[in-house]
Design a protein around this ligand. Structure first.
Ligand code: SF4
Length: 370
């Protein structure tokens, strides 16, 4: 069984119609439930829930503090490569864009690592495009061995791999993999991913299944907000989450909320949620799932990120660069997207403290995980 078998039972348009037909009463019922189900989740993300966002935020804040305490875990992406064979229309690394391409070598990676360590980080998120000729299993194995002495947790946001490849990387210390479906709209997916391996909707969709079978510690999923109707994509993300939690119950899960940002291409998003709708989405996920990690990147504005830590977010990037070599200034590569909140990690940690929360640079050691 894979998630694609589940997804095939649903029609995008019927789910969309069902979300948009939810009523005031549906929202009230959902808010009264201790454990809202998928139909309740539809109500919470529907337009009918707009007058209840403050109530949802209070409940989300309470649930988050009960489960996670007043803590925000910090992470930083390390872009290893901007080489890519794919042509995702919304991405600055799209193979059609005429930009300087680079894949960091060992010396450049260590320079980046030392710059990142000077900020205080113990967790690292490694990011690449999709260029298997250079950036492949052997490259990943080498990078993990190279940087493992510096970090207690290593996460990936790279091209989807095969289950045996994940198993090998997990045995070397890979902790978490983030793989966003971008959109669960199968009919429209190929418009946004016209070329390259990422064009294969089902292979990408089944990546979390391969990760679960490889016994990875944590899987991050989500959709790119603004590609398609964000409410319908949110429902399918929630459906995916519930499926994975049941199928691979030993694994932990994370949801991210990336909204489309300006980049080097020409694609303009049709329907991104505004900030109030983004709050609705974050808090709906918390009400739906008390245990899931909710993550917020530096794509969002300072003000929004400052407010979001009290609403249900448990994990946040700080001081991010999205250009390979950007921390140690060892390349002139272009950024994947514009970072909106450009404060340093220390400034973010200070902001978190001012809000009465604690910034967590290190969660726990791998040897303590069960
Ligand atoms: S989103 Fe990823 S796969 Fe797509 S073009 Fe950008 S780097 Fe390549």
């Amino acid at each position: 069984m894979n998630f694609s078998n589940i997804l095939n039972k649903y029609s995008w348009e019927s789910v969309k119609n069902s979300i948009y037909s939810k009523t005031d009463n549906d929202v009230k019922n959902a808010l009264e439930k201790e454990h809202p189900g998928l139909e309740d989740f539809k109500a919470l993300i529907s337009p009918a829930a707009a007058p209840y966002i403050e109530q949802m935020a209070m409940k989300s804040s309470h649930l988050t503090q009960k489960r996670f305490g007043k803590t925000i875990q910090l992470y930083l992406p390390l872009y290893l490569s901007n080489e890519c064979l794919n042509q995702c229309v919304y991405c600055g690394f799209n193979s059609e864009n005429q930009i300087e391409r680079i894949t960091l070598n060992d010396d450049q990676i260590i320079k980046e690592v030392k710059a990142i360590k000077s900020f205080g980080y113990e967790h690292i998120l490694l990011v690449t495009g999709d260029f298997p000729e250079k950036v492949n299993l052997e490259y990943f194995k080498n990078v993990i061995r190279l940087i493992k002495p510096y970090f207690s947790q290593i996460s990936f946001e790279v091209q989807p791999l095969e289950q045996p490849e994940y198993e090998e990387l997990v045995s070397l210390g890979l902790h978490t993999v983030y793989v966003y479906q971008e959109t669960y709209n199968k009919q429209k997916y190929s418009i946004y991913h016209p070329k390259g391996k990422k064009k294969d909707f089902v292979y990408r969709l089944e990546t979390p299944d391969r990760l679960g079978r490889a016994a990875i510690y944590k899987i991050g999923i989500g959709s790119l907000l603004g590609l398609e109707d964000w409410r319908t994509d949110a429902f399918f993300t929630a459906l995916h989450l519930k499926y994975l939690e049941q199928a691979y119950w030993k694994t932990k899960y994370s949801i991210s909320f990336p909204r489309l940002r300006p980049h080097a291409g020409r694609f303009k998003p049709e329907s991104s949620p505004d900030e109030r709708e983004l709050i609705q989405l974050i808090t709906a996920f918390r009400l739906f799932d008390e245990d899931v990690e909710l993550s917020m990147s530096s794509r969002e504005s300072r003000k929004f990120r400052d407010n979001s830590i009290k609403l249900g977010i448990t994990c946040m990037s700080a001081g991010s660069r999205t250009d390979p070599g950007g921390y140690a200034n060892c390349s002139n590569a272009l950024e994947q997207f514009e970072v909106h909140d450009d404060r340093s990690p220390r400034e973010i940690a200070h902001m978190i403290k001012e809000n009465g929360y604690e910034a967590v640079w290190k969660d726990w050691d791998t040897c303590l995980q069960v």
